[in-house]
Design a protein around this ligand. Structure first.
Ligand SMILES: *Cc1c(COP(=O)(O)O)cnc(C)c1O
Length: 457
């Protein structure tokens, strides 16, 4: 049934002409001209090679539509602000802790100009990268000294490589855990050249277990926060103060605390860094972007002599953060020490704002009564912090006649300000505790656009 060849358009638009079209200017601004050019080339080639094109040709309008949609898809790859409607406050897929705006703004001048990152201003001589960190961490945790690295995985690697290479490290069988994608404590131990000595059982490890495992080769006892799971029932953990008392002085006790809880009040059950230091733990490491609420970083606090030896390890050069991280952490810790709201961290702030969540959910249901239903939903801290703590919170379930849950949640991720929802029992859930006031208005607008365009109200 081929139509006469003469009536078929086999000419595809020229790229130079396409690049000048108004339709593409926003994509060029967003993706860069070379990237858009490349997408045009690829899409035009795909059209040319398709059977459809060979039999029917293609209009300019169709070609432009296809390229536009390819550009839009590529834009999804860009790092961009999204609305977290998942009810998980510290969400690893969503960048963990957002930085407080006031703190972000306060480091602008440091980062857009030269700064004293490695200069002692008084003497004019070269200095270390630490700035005020030692003083701030002392004040916050009671530790003698502290050190910043790129993330908490680096903290663990550095402390094991420096202090336990070729030696034995005692660790409980209940704490040989995997944190997130592919980060396993036993693997890290093996990589650093430390020998793992397993003690206790999955559910019970006692002070005796640690003490009885000590040999002439023991360098370190490592305790790791179980982070993303809990064991309930018949369980026992050692009294840390007792382990400290009974460990020979030359054996280091290190704790990977994980969440970085310092002076936040959101949990009574989680042990703070200061508490471990008070018990006499030699080194405590934790993430800077979980409960602490700062930029991605790892922080190690503890004895000055040990911190000094970690700082001298050649690997430190690979793990040292940039001035962006130092400046943000410094600003955050000062606010935290002064109990200013901007120093609270996203977890504490979200818990404090919780009272407003029911109102927010009700208001949203009032706007879209046919499509939204009020739901009581659990709010969790996430990021491997407080795995057994759930807060009662609120949100809405979203329905749209004729649209599957998958289709709705996908549509809400499209375009600017993607909304990240969850699906449970075939229902789209939009948690409101993790949606801040600015994002709330965007969310409302986006829902309105969606219901108007796609659903029959
Ligand atoms: C999160 C976590 C880590 C990993 O920290 P990163 O900052 O992601 O590298 C290590 N240990 C514990 C106990 C954690 O909770």
């Amino acid at each position: 049934m081929a139509s006469p060849a003469s009536s078929i358009n086999y000419r595809l638009p020229q790229i130079e002409k396409l690049l000048q079209l108004n339709e593409f200017q926003a994509h060029i601004d967003s993706l860069s001209r070379p990237v858009v050019t490349r997408l045009m080339q690829e899409e035009l080639r795909a059209i040319r090679e398709s059977d459809d094109f060979k039999s029917k040709g293609c209009t300019d309008i169709d070609a432009i539509q296809r390229i536009m949609s390819r550009c839009a898809k590529t834009e999804h790859k860009k790092l961009q602000r999204v609305i977290n409607a998942t009810g998980t406050i510290i969400h690893t897929n969503l960048g963990r802790s957002p930085i407080d705006v006031e703190i972000w703004d306060s480091v602008r001048d440091i980062n857009t100009g030269y700064n004293n990152l490695e200069l002692q201003i008084a003497s004019g001589k070269r200095g270390g990268r630490k700035g005020l960190m030692c003083e701030l961490l002392q004040a916050l945790t009671g530790a003698e000294d502290g050190l910043i690295v790129n993330n908490n995985a680096s903290s663990l690697y550095l402390l094991l490589a420096e202090l336990a290479k070729g030696k034995e490290v005692i660790i409980s069988r209940g704490e040989q855990i995997q944190i997130g994608g592919g980060f396993r404590i036993p693997d890290i131990l093996a990589l650093t050249g430390a020998k793992m000595v397993e003690v206790g059982c999955t559910n019970i490890t006692t002070a005796d277990d640690y003490i009885n495992a000590i040999t002439a080769e023991t360098a370190l006892v490592l305790m790791v926060h179980q982070s993303n799971f809990t064991i309930q029932g018949f369980t026992e953990k050692p009294d840390i103060a007792e382990v400290v008392k009974r460990l020979p002085a030359h054996i280091i006790l290190a704790v990977d605390q994980g969440s970085g809880l310092t002076n936040e009040t959101l949990s009574q059950s989680e042990t703070s860094i200061a508490q471990y230091i008070k018990w006499g733990v030699d080194l405590v490491c934790f993430s800077g972007d979980k409960i602490l609420g700062g930029p991605q970083s790892g922080i190690i606090c503890g004895r000055q002599t040990l911190i000094a030896s970690l700082e001298k390890n050649p690997m430190m050069r690979t793990f040292r953060p940039s001035r962006i991280i130092y400046s943000l952490l410094e600003a955050l810790l000062i606010k935290k020490l002064n109990h200013a709201p901007s120093g609270n961290g996203i977890a504490q702030k979200t818990i404090d704002e919780q009272k407003k969540t029911l109102d927010k959910a009700k208001r949203l249901v009032d706007f879209f009564p046919r499509n939204l239903t009020l739901r009581s939903l659990p709010l969790i801290i996430g990021g491997g912090a407080l795995p057994n703590t759930q807060y009662v919170s609120f949100g809405v379930s979203i329905t749209c006649q004729g649209h599957s849950a998958e289709a709705i949640s996908k549509a809400l991720r499209r375009g600017k300000n993607p909304i990240i929802t969850t699906i449970k029992n075939d229902e789209v859930l939009c948690h409101l505790a993790t949606v801040n006031d600015n994002d709330y208005l965007v969310l409302q607008q986006k829902l309105q656009d969606y219901f108007q365009e796609l659903c029959t109200l």
